[in-house]
Every structure is written in C-alpha cells, then in structure tokens.
Write a protein that binds this ligand. Structure first.
Ligand SMILES: [Zn+2]
Length: 106
C-alpha cells in the first residue's frame, strides 16, 4: 500500500521529546506539567499567586506526579486543544489531561 514511508513519518512526529519521567509533576490547579526542579526554580507560569517558586513544601503540596496523558500547548488561543482544555489563557507548555490526585483542592 506504500504506507511504509508515511508510517515512519508518523512515528517520527509522534516521538515527542518527553523527558518526563518520575520527576515530572502537574499543577493541581492548571495541570501545567514541569519537573519538580522547574516548579521550584520558576513556580507555575499560570498560578503565580500560589507562590511555589523556591518553596519545596508548596510545590509538593500543590503539584502531583499522579497524572495521565499530556498535551503540548504552543499557543492556547490558536489551538483547538487549548480551547478544548480551556487553556486558552494559559502559558505555552505541557499540560496533563487528567489528574489522579487523592488530595482534593480546597
Ligand atoms: Zn498552575
């Protein structure tokens, strides 16, 4: 069917640079995925008021490593994914599709 070439192209595109292993965490409020260190260094790009930057306790408390799925958002306003996930006002980055945190947001 001549699908060999397109199949390999698809594979190449699908091979996203996901160096997100154990160390990655998702913000409980906006689902932004970063590594633990990134949350400590930069805080959450959307939830500045949570003051996670430089605060290990708050990062541990307000993010979770227990999430599934991930989308990359380059421009939320131009992306259907951004609209679908209501991320159109969020900073570009990677976002979790769903969180499985046992800690509820109060
Ligand atoms: Zn956030």
């Amino acid at each position: 069917m001549g699908a060999n070439r397109s199949a390999s192209e698809v594979r190449k595109l699908a091979e996203a640079p996901l160096n997100f292993g154990k160390g990655s965490r998702a913000c409980l409020y906006c689902k932004l995925v970063q590594t633990y260190e990134q949350f400590i260094d930069n805080g959450c790009g959307n939830c500045v008021t949570l003051n996670m930057k430089g605060d290990k306790d708050r990062v541990s408390e307000l993010t979770t490593s227990n999430y599934s799925g991930m989308v990359s958002l380059l421009d939320g306003r131009a992306s259907w994914v951004g609209k679908w996930l209501r991320l159109d006002t969020c900073v570009p980055g990677c976002y979790a599709l769903s969180l499985h945190s046992s800690t509820s947001i109060r």
